[in-house]
Design a protein around this ligand. Sequence first.
Ligand SMILES: [Zn+2]
Length: 157
Amino acid sequence: MAKAETKAREAERGRLAKQRADALEERLANAMRAAFASGEIAYIGGLEGPLRHGIRASLCLSGWNWFDADRAAQATVEGALRRVRAVRPSWYEGQPEHTIQAGTLIERTRCIRCHNPLPEGHHKYCGRLCANAHFKQMENLRNGSEETVVRVVTWNL
Ligand SMILES: [Zn+2]
């Protein structure tokens, strides 16, 4: 008898937890939709990091350990991302050049690689050496092994 009551109470707690999780996912999804509609974020999933951090921090402050809190925060935010049908941008869409609209003029005065002043008639690189080095660096970032990517990213640090 006591066992049956306990089981019923556990089932009720499970239902309640599911309802609370669903309500939280919907609130997060609404926040994502509102931020995207107002132009605050350029991608509807743009609040993923801050929301995951905020939920995790809140759970940690209420006594959860970091890993459990992070897992719960990740699951909740992923649920919200599914609700808004967020599709992650491609690597190319994540680059600063991607946000440049057609017709936008950006006058670059320094080489994108070595930062020396651009010679007359050059718009991005000071010469062939910097252009080739930059292309190779981008290729390594896109296709390189984890070790290569870490080396490329930390090269100037
Ligand atoms: Zn250069």
